[in-house]
Design a protein around this ligand. Structure first.
Ligand code: TTP
Ligand code: MG
Length: 433
């Protein structure tokens, strides 16, 4: 029989992480210029300055990309190659060399990883980078962007364009407006002003059909779209048109930069206000994070077989450590126990002041399937909890679900394991989760 231990303590309903500060973000959008062509030009510099088209050269092939010289003739990506040949017969036509493109893409990624751990790579040659708070390390945003461009040019031998803004949407438009080999910063507070004169199609995600419907309302620019009454939009676009289109046209976008780590896992992390060396403080924070992750995991109806931690040291170097377990888990104690072990190992390898820690779980399976495993005894491995006592993972799972129910009723901070109670004293106001 499993009982909820008395070590759980009631607390006031302050959340683990405090309130995220609403300071403006610094988002870089980086995109390489005419990427496939640029790599071909590294292989064969005689192509520099010429119209070059890379794509499927057989009958029904399409253009992958065209050099800026070829774009002047109306050639663009996804155009049938036959039409490209008609528009620009003098271009040099080349088949794609994906291995080389992937190699340069990896170089590109290696360079941007030096600048921030928060990188969301959206394609082979494109990434969003959250550079918020990196000024002390890399200088003002435009300076950091110049450095990145310089390193891309020297190391990967291709050119990058960079847009800087307070959100991903405006940063991407800024990149597009600056291309090729550009750098454009849109100061915080001027997002709407920057977008206003641009034609509708410049808004990422606004396709030809929507454009046509908006044009039927007499709209030509993003500034006009931002001002149009909601009812008119509904008439033109149907009942599903939301105000988010107008908001986006005004440069409003709060979507986060989602790192690869976050995309594939359920994770929570916290940045300390001051770098931490005290292991007890780190453990305490780790416990709070494990509870958060465990709660989200159970809410998602899944169990996980892989526990990860992330540690960022004061010099911004970041490590990830992970363990794959013999069975799926969903209890807080299990997540914490493994996270703690990983942290201890990481700190033995490098015991330096810690700026950020994170806990994540991945390798999911549906709850029902693994619950059966539990019933057959496959989950009943013993786990060391923080107080030195052992708990079966089945028991851990039940306790955690009980705690979920209490939190559901009384709020997030109502119940917490003993050592996690001290978290609020040193948690930073700035939290990514
Ligand atoms: P993009 O970044 O869209 O295009 P680009 O780098 O060639 O040119 P720029 O960014 O300066 O406008 O795409 C990156 C690469 O992806 C591109 O070089 C070729 C490939 N690609 C395709 O194969 N098919 C496509 O339809 C598109 C858009 C790109
Ligand atoms: Mg590109």
């Amino acid at each position: 029989m499993c009982q909820v231990p008395v070590r759980f303590i009631l607390q006031s309903a302050l959340s683990l992480a405090g309130t995220a500060m609403s300071m403006p973000r610094t988002i870089f959008h980086i995109d390489l210029d005419a990427f496939f062509v640029a790599v071909e030009r590294v292989k064969d510099p005689s192509l520099i300055g010429k119209p070059v088209i890379v794509g499927g050269l057989a009958g029904r092939g399409v253009v992958s990309t065209a050099s800026y010289e070829a774009r002047k003739f109306g050639v663009h990506s996804a155009m049938p190659i036959g039409l490209a040949r008609h528009l620009c017969p003098q271009a040099v036509y080349l088949p794609p060399d994906f291995d080389r493109y992937m190699a340069v893409s990896r170089q590109f990624r290696g360079i941007i990883d030096r600048y921030s751990p928060f990188v969301e790579q959206t394609s082979v040659d494109e990434a969003y980078v959250d550079m918020t708070g990196t000024e002390r390390l890399h200088g003002p945003p435009t300076e950091a962007a110049r450095q990145i461009k310089k390193q891309v040019r020297h190391e990967a031998k291709v050119t990058a364009s960079i847009g800087i803004a307070s959100n991903k949407l405006v940063a991407k438009v800024a990149t597009n407006e600056s291309k090729p080999d550009g750098l454009l910063l849109v100061p915080h507070g001027t997002e709407a002003e920057f977008l206003a004169p641009l034609p509708l199609r410049k808004l990422p995600g606004l396709g030809p059909k929507t454009e046509e419907a908006l044009q039927s309302l007499g709209l030509k620019t993003l500034g006009e779209l931002a001002q149009v009454p909601e009812t008119a939009l509904r008439l033109a676009l149907g009942p599903h048109a939301t105000s988010s289109l107008r908001a986006r046209a005004a440069g409003v976008d709060s979507s986060p930069v989602v790192t690869d780590w976050e995309a594939k896992s359920i994770s929570n992390e916290v940045t300390f206000e001051r770098d931490v060396t005290d292991t007890r403080q780190l453990h305490s924070m780790l416990l709070g994070l494990s509870e958060k992750v465990g709660g989200r995991l159970r809410k998602s109806g899944q169990r996980a077989r892989n526990v990860q931690i992330r540690v960022r040291y004061s010099d911004f170097s970041t490590i990830t450590r992970q363990v794959t377990l013999p069975a799926h888990i969903d209890g807080d104690a299990a997540v914490y126990s493994h996270a703690k072990h990983l942290l201890e190992t990481a700190l033995r390898e490098r015991n330096a002041p810690v700026r950020l820690i994170g806990v994540g779980v991945t390798d999911f399976s549906g709850g029902a399937e693994t619950a059966t495993l539990g019933a057959t005894g496959a989950q009943l491995s013993l786990l060391e909890t923080d107080g030195g006592r052992s708990e079966s993972s089945e028991c851990d799972s039940k306790i955690s679900s009980t705690v979920d129910a209490i939190r559901e009723r009384f709020g997030d901070g109502a119940v917490r394991r003993g050592t996690a109670s001290k978290i609020r004293r040193f948690v930073a106001p700035f939290v990514r989760q």
